[in-house]
Design a protein around this ligand. Structure first.
Ligand SMILES: CC(=O)N[C@H](C=O)[C@@H](O)[C@H](O)[C@H](O)COP(=O)(O)O
Length: 229
């Protein structure tokens, strides 16, 4: 999908992340495809999904644009969201509209360079979502040509590890002040009200995963509160 059209479609809207890794109860492309179908009926503007198989299955159930990523661990790096060209090639084959890639300042596997990977995605006419954890990483990703930056990794890198259980509103605000490139709020958004606050503070759109598509987490949010009685 063309960049302006894509960014317009997601503006002020919800992107639903439909992901379940092998160790999760809902793992399976068929189940993720149904999740994406449900998200479509609910009014989502785009889907964020992990891996070739899931993306192909999701495309059978919805016409919404797909932000694809491949989660893969490498022994020489802590980067696991689309770490190398191999994962990008899988996403190109799956024909994801936008490719989400870790753009933190951590060392990549095989000594890969983020600039080369972003150029490679763009050369194939796909859009780039840079997953970052700090203001510096976000601004650096803008310089490298990212089409949007997402706060996905705030709270998940050594530098940003913290006890916060909610979304990183401060990071969203700071990035929105410093760049015109769309800032996507992602990570630990648990309610429609939280999503609204992020949009009101400048986020271009919001990505919600666990609070919609991980029933084990949703169940726990109830049981934890009920325990207090
Ligand atoms: C940190 C990391 O690996 N995040 C992943 C990125 O794709 C997903 O597991 C998250 O579900 C997604 O970012 C949405 O966030 P939340 O599930 O908190 O709404």
């Amino acid at each position: 999908m063309e960049k302006t059209k894509f960014l317009k479609q997601i503006k002020g809207n919800l992107i639903v992340s439909c992901q379940a890794l092998e160790d999760e109860p809902l793992h399976g492309s068929c189940i993720m495809a149904k999740m994406a179908f449900a998200a479509t009926i609910g009014g989502a503007a785009a889907i964020r999904a992990n891996g070739y198989q899931d993306i192909i299955a999701i495309k059978q159930e919805t016409n919404l644009p797909i932000i694809g990523l491949v989660k893969r661990d490498y022994p020489d790096s802590s980067i696991y969201i689309t770490p190398t060209q191999k994962e990008i090639d899988e996403l190109l084959k799956a024909n994801a509209d936008m490719i989400a890639i870790d753009a933190t300042h951590r060392k990549r596997p095989n000594g890969e360079e983020i600039q080369r990977l972003i150029n490679y995605i763009k050369k194939h006419d796909k859009l780039v979502m840079a997953d970052i954890s700090t203001v510096e990483e976000g601004l650096a990703a803008v310089e490298l040509g990212a089409d949007c930056i997402s706060t996905t990794l705030s709270g998940y890198t050594e530098e940003t590890q913290r006890l916060s259980t909610g979304p990183d509103l401060e990071l969203v605000k700071a990035l929105c002040q410093k760049t015109e490139v769309p800032v996507i709020a992602e990570g630990r958004i648990k309610s429609p009200q939280e999503a609204l606050v992020l949009l009101k503070n400048g986020a271009h759109s919001v990505v919600v995963g666990s609070a919609i598509t991980r029933p084990q987490n949703i169940t726990e949010s109830f049981t934890e509160v009920l325990k207090t009685i």
